[in-house]
Design a protein around this ligand. Sequence first.
Ligand SMILES: *[C@@H]1O[C@H](CO)[C@@H](O)[C@H](O)[C@H]1NC(C)=O
Ligand SMILES: *[C@@H]1O[C@H](CO)[C@@H](O)[C@H](O)[C@H]1NC(C)=O
Ligand SMILES: *[C@@H]1O[C@H](CO)[C@@H](O)[C@H](O)[C@H]1NC(C)=O
Ligand SMILES: *[C@@H]1O[C@H](CO)[C@@H](O)[C@H](O)[C@H]1NC(C)=O
Ligand SMILES: [Cu+2]
Length: 165
Amino acid sequence: MAGRLSFTVGFLIVASVGLLHGACAATTYTVGDDLGWTVPPNSSYYEEWASQRTFQIGDSIFFNSTTGNDHHTATEVATREEYDNCTKNMGKIFDVNAGVQFPLDANATRYFLCSEGTHCVQGQKMIIQVGDGIGAPPSFAAPSLAAATAASALFFSTVVIFFLN
Ligand SMILES: *[C@@H]1O[C@H](CO)[C@@H](O)[C@H](O)[C@H]1NC(C)=O
Ligand SMILES: *[C@@H]1O[C@H](CO)[C@@H](O)[C@H](O)[C@H]1NC(C)=O
Ligand SMILES: *[C@@H]1O[C@H](CO)[C@@H](O)[C@H](O)[C@H]1NC(C)=O
Ligand SMILES: *[C@@H]1O[C@H](CO)[C@@H](O)[C@H](O)[C@H]1NC(C)=O
Ligand SMILES: [Cu+2]
């Protein structure tokens, strides 16, 4: 009887430790930690930062740029080639001076850069491998389409205003 009870209690403890561990597994990483998201001291800074961490589904990355007067963006581009090229005006562009968070919602390899001036060329860029890194981020297509729609809406309203004047 006593043996059975302690077995049950032991099982419950193991089960709740397992649950706690599961609950703690989702982590929000502040990109660059105390440095935040800015022009780094060397061009491999953020790639090193990311390679020292293990990202998994459920985690988030938070871009914070509060120091200095420089303006920064967190731009996600679709391919390694665009990343290597520091391609601008593609993908999702977020003004990060208020901070922006990206949920890592699927195993994928994701490419982020700052599209201000030469910041990307100076190393303000980062590759995030989520899990096994296989596959495209599912959140990529829809928001970039929405951004394209917004851009063309802006273009057409500009054209309309031009003709009205
Ligand atoms: C880049 O800077 C960081 C922080 O100062 C340093 O830890 C790292 O070794 C540097 N990497 C290179 C390649 O110089
Ligand atoms: C961004 O970083 C600064 C400096 O470390 C900190 O004071 C601020 O609270 C952070 N902002 C957010 C929204 O976390
Ligand atoms: C990257 O740059 C190379 C060389 O300038 C160019 O040929 C290529 O089309 C660019 N690719 C992208 C995706 O921007
Ligand atoms: C994501 O990758 C990890 C390996 O890092 C793997 O254990 C897991 O099953 C993968 N999840 C999905 C949904 O593919
Ligand atoms: Cu920047």
